[in-house]
Design a protein around this ligand. Structure first.
Ligand code: SF4
Length: 443
């Protein structure tokens, strides 16, 4: 279809009325919202026909789960039936949020205990039972545990660290919308996440009930996008946008789609890793109405590539949503060639294309997570050529102060010889000559 005709068709779509705040309840703090609306069991979807219910419940029975999560559930939630465990609302309502709850699952280290007793922590604690099942119970230094259980280190500010190192607040023309690059904007849909990452770049806002998905705030963002024709790409992020109800999310996507010059919508989410149960047939059916829709999925370790997550990514990929990954380079979590390669291979098997490897931003309290940039370059050099090019992400530093992403590569140019030929270093370190041509005005 011709692009213009396609855009016109999209623009003719009827924008549904925004759910009223009373209907959706999204202006209330997330916990209250979910407690009010969570059903005990997943709701039947599409049509209430007998056939669809049979298909749905047979899918539930055959759903693959990883043995670690199964053993965890048997030990800590023996009374919880499979259907309830697989309900994303149940997972969110039963997040682990206090030191007392944590002690049931983990032997806390002194550093962890000290952090949990410290009221000055910048991010609240929150871990879904599913993701807790992937956390090592005894080793406080194990990778996934380090990323979700607070330690006293995050309360210490090191030189160069800031609460808003990327200067997002100074590049927000309206609350919750960041306009840094010429043709795209970042729209923060909500500040709520089902699981809080201790290295979160937006820990100054995330989990603090400061960015509600209220109609008035979102309408102000839509007005700005509408009035800015250079914006062709909107990244919906947060917080985690998939923590909104289907109806609210549908309204946001439809509203964005109604803006003529918005060509691409992207959703940034960690849900497939921490709450794969959220990827329901209803959600996927709704999302596929908003193509071209892309997703950036946040993963940090190969242990996240479980059958549950595989299933969630398969559903999204089958709906025609291109999936790319975002990974933060974290000390002691994924800062080795082996771990990073294993993660990228796991992602490719789930049809997620490795996209960005981020140098960890210098947010307050991040020193225990940050590696030297040299480490990232070594990891890339250890991957490039040794595995599929598709498996090698682009390594970027997000420049402090709002300078944007700057890609970094190991240096493969070794110089030029006297004849002007390029001397290049291949992935094994061998030198090769390339007869580089000079600019010739004749051709
Ligand atoms: S999922 Fe993203 S926004 Fe939420 S805490 Fe983790 S890094 Fe921050």
């Amino acid at each position: 279809m011709h692009l213009k005709a396609y855009n016109n068709r999209l623009c003719r779509k009827v924008v549904p009325a925004a759910p009223t705040e009373d209907e959706e309840g999204d202006d209330k703090p997330p916990d209250q919202r979910l407690l009010q609306t969570a059903p005990s069991y997943p709701q039947p979807f599409f049509t209430p026909s007998v056939k669809s219910r049979i298909i749905y419940f047979s899918q539930q029975r055959t759903r693959q789960t990883n043995p670690v999560s199964r053993a965890f559930r048997k030990k800590f939630y023996p009374q919880v039936p499979t259907k309830l465990w697989n309900s994303w609302q149940w997972q969110v309502n039963n997040r682990i949020r206090t030191a007392g709850q944590l002690k049931r699952f983990l032997a806390l280290s002194p550093d962890e205990s000290a952090a949990l007793e410290n009221p000055g922590a910048k991010l609240p604690l929150g871990v879904t039972p599913y993701y807790m099942s992937l956390v090592d119970r005894n080793d406080a230094q194990s990778p996934i545990r380090r990323t979700v259980i607070p330690t006293i280190c995050e309360t210490l500010r090191s030189p160069g660290e800031e609460d808003d190192p990327l200067g997002e607040d100074s590049q927000s023309p309206v609350p919750g919308l960041v306009h840094r690059y010429p043709d795209r904007v970042l729209l923060l849909a909500t500040d709520f996440c089902s699981t809080f990452c201790r290295y979160c770049t937006r820990s100054r806002v995330v989990g603090h009930n400061s960015i509600y998905p209220s109609r008035s705030r979102l309408e102000a963002a839509f007005d700005y996008i509408e009035a800015t024709p250079s914006v062709r790409d909107v990244l919906l992020s947060g917080g985690d946008p998939l923590m909104l109800g289907d109806e609210k999310l549908n309204w946001i996507l439809t509203r964005l789609r109604s803006i003529k010059h918005v060509e691409i919508i992207r959703i940034g989410t960690k849900v497939p890793a921490v709450l794969p149960q959220r990827i329901t047939p209803q959600l996927v059916k709704m999302l596929r109405n908003h193509h071209p829709l892309w997703m950036s999925l946040h993963f940090i370790h190969p242990d996240e590539c479980t059958p549950e997550t595989h299933r969630a990514c398969t559903m999204l990929a089958d709906a025609g949503i291109p999936l790319g990954s975002q990974t933060v380079l974290l000390k002691g979590v994924n800062d080795s060639v082996e771990t990073m390669t294993s993660l990228m291979h796991g992602l490719m098997k789930m049809r997620v294309r490795p996209y960005y490897l981020y140098q960890c931003d210098p947010i307050t309290g991040s020193a225990s997570f940050r590696t030297p940039v040299q480490k990232g370059l070594e990891i890339l050099a250890g991957m490039r050529g040794f595995t599929s090019g598709y498996a090698v992400p682009t390594y970027v530093v997000d420049a402090p102060g709002g300078g944007g992403k700057i890609p970094l590569m190991p240096d493969y140019m070794a110089g030029r010889d006297e004849a002007g030929e390029l001397i290049l270093r291949n992935y094994k370190g061998d030198l090769h000559r390339y007869p580089d041509c000079q600019e010739n005005p004749v051709f």
